[in-house]
Design a protein. Structure first.
Length: 522
């Protein structure tokens, strides 16, 4: 908003990222009559470009001190930003203290996140990149958007200049308000990054999450819609560096949808369970696995996983823990799939899979790196928990039956247990030869989940293995499993009736092991 004072309007420019700042400053001076005040490196950049600039220290009469830690924290600066031009007392204070109004503030912040992303960065180095004056300028300007325009991102410079051209040298209230909102989002994210950094500095693992939890992200990609066409959706990136799915390379296929991304993350979590030295494949549908297998080759692993439930696999998501090769790619082209993700892809495989141009093929080199916490929104709040990434090993299990498992049986039970961990509760997984045979997912009772998994496995159940994500409250499921031919069961234990299930297993000649750890997935 233009002030009634006949002096030229003031613009304060103080940026770490100098992208576009010279052209913006030049147009401010030459086309719209602004005077520029600036600090430190920004002032030097503008002067070297031939622009007339008043240094903040000359404008305030106070030198930069403490090695540049204090530059803009001064009443002539913040009074000029925070003054309300329509409040007589503010105008009187401004006049009596020889303070000029500042109409435009262009500020971006010290690169804190870029700094802490560097390997071996010291705490001292990180601390020096915590901006103090910048966020203060931004928040003050955003608060007074009724009178001041604040620009915190170089991408908005052209929009601002267009506003001036369209509005006779002014900016609209709606534009100033929008820029204020984006600025507060920036300072919130900046403080969140600092908060996360200090939380990660903690040397002791605590069992409690912080008393305040913030979550922020930058719009990475708009999505056509959410789970359903009537729901709007956007993909946000955490931090300034693309990680996880934002860092994946998409070789081909349509843009990723909301549901694609949800399914891909579920696929990543499952495939991360398996050592990449052993070829593994997982086929998913609606975040639940249709089939999972470990084999001697990637092509065999995929074929076994696909055949485990070929009907459900149609239109599914495939995750591979080794680079996609030609033989596997050839098999992938035999059916309709939504997405395929692998750590890498051979040139031969790229050529073969390109025959199915609509299939989304993604390369994510590190499939093991996931979020440290999971977050779910509920009415009025958030539910935050540590990710379920504990590694289960048979050494910690308790063998509770008279019949003892062989090493091979323990390996098969571990495979079944790893899959069950990623099936919606109530979950039952039946396997043999490190391939899923039947999966009962998301059932309201465990008896129903057992029935579905066994029916899906059919005759192949004989000599098979069964994993349950929760304990058996009664011995009925154990008896049902034994009648279908199951030879060994893995379950967490913890029921008041564990002794009944163990007795039934002994009576029927089954192996049963208790993991003493459950993996519910809701």
């Amino acid at each position: 908003m233009r002030d009634n004072c006949p002096m030229a309007r003031l613009a304060l420019l103080s940026v770490s990222d100098k992208t576009g700042i010279i052209e913006l400053a030049r147009q401010l001076v030459n086309e719209f009559g602004f005077e520029l005040i600036s600090s430190g490196g920004t002032a030097k950049t503008l002067q070297e470009a031939g622009l007339k600039v008043t240094k903040v220290s000359d404008y305030t009469g106070s030198p930069e001190i403490l090695g540049g830690r204090v530059k803009t924290l001064h009443p002539r600066v913040h009074g000029g930003i925070l003054s309300r031009r329509d409040i007589p007392q503010d105008v009187e204070d401004m006049n009596s203290n020889n303070i000029r109004p500042i109409d435009l503030v262009v500020v971006n912040l010290y690169p804190f996140e870029e700094t802490i992303a560097k390997p071996d960065v010291t705490v001292a180095e990180a601390i020096e990149k915590i901006d103090i004056g910048g966020p203060t300028l931004l928040r003050a300007s955003a608060k007074n958007f009724a009178h001041v325009t604040v620009l915190s991102n170089p991408k908005d410079y052209d929009h601002y200049l267009q506003e001036l051209k369209d509005n006779n040298g002014e900016t609209s209230l709606s534009f100033r308000q929008k820029m204020a909102g984006e600025t507060f989002a920036l300072t919130n994210a900046y403080d969140g990054a600092i908060t996360d950094y200090f939380a990660n500095l903690a040397t002791e693992k605590t069992t409690t999450l912080p008393s305040r939890y913030t979550i922020s992200g930058t719009a990475f990609q708009p999505l056509r819609y959410g789970e359903n066409p009537h729901q709007s959706a956007t993909w946000y990136q955490r931090g300034i560096q693309a990680t996880g799915w934002a860092a994946a390379t998409q070789l081909q296929g349509k843009e990723l949808s909301y549901n694609n991304l949800v399914d891909l993350e579920a696929a990543r979590r499952i495939i991360a369970e398996f050592d990449p030295k052993e070829p593994a494949a997982a086929v998913l549908k609606h975040t639940n696995p249709c089939g999972v297998a470990v084999a001697n080759s990637l092509a065999d692993a995929y074929e076994q996983a696909f055949n485990a439930d070929s009907i459900s696999a149609f239109g599914g998501i495939v995750a591979l823990n080794q680079p996609l090769d030609g033989e596997t790619a050839e098999k992938l082209t035999k059916t309709f799939l939504e997405c395929v993700v692998a750590p890498d892809c051979t040139e031969e495989a790229k050529e073969i899979i390109s025959k199915k141009a609509k299939v989304r093929v993604l390369l994510l080199p590190d499939l093991t790196q996931g979020p440290k916490q999971t977050v779910k929104a509920i009415a009025g709040g958030l539910l935050v928990q540590d990710s379920d990434d504990l590694v289960d090993v048979p050494d910690n299990w308790e063998i509770v039956t008279e019949k003892q498992p062989t090493p091979e049986q323990l390996a098969e039970l571990l495979f079944a247990w790893k899959v069950a961990k990623h099936v919606k509760s109530n979950a039952i997984v039946v396997t043999k030869n490190r391939t899923t045979l039947g999966i009962g997912a998301g059932q309201m009772n465990r008896v129903g989940a057992v029935k579905i998994a066994l029916e899906e496995a059919g005759e192949a159940t004989k000599g098979g293995y069964l994993a349950s994500d929760g304990f058996f409250p009664f011995d009925d499921s154990v008896r049902t499993a034994a009648a279908a031919g199951i030879s060994a069961i893995v379950q967490p234990g913890g029921s008041l009736r564990d002794k009944d299930s163990i007795a039934a297993a002994n009576e029927l000649g089954l192996v049963m092991v208790l993991t003493k750890m459950r993996h519910f997935l809701h």
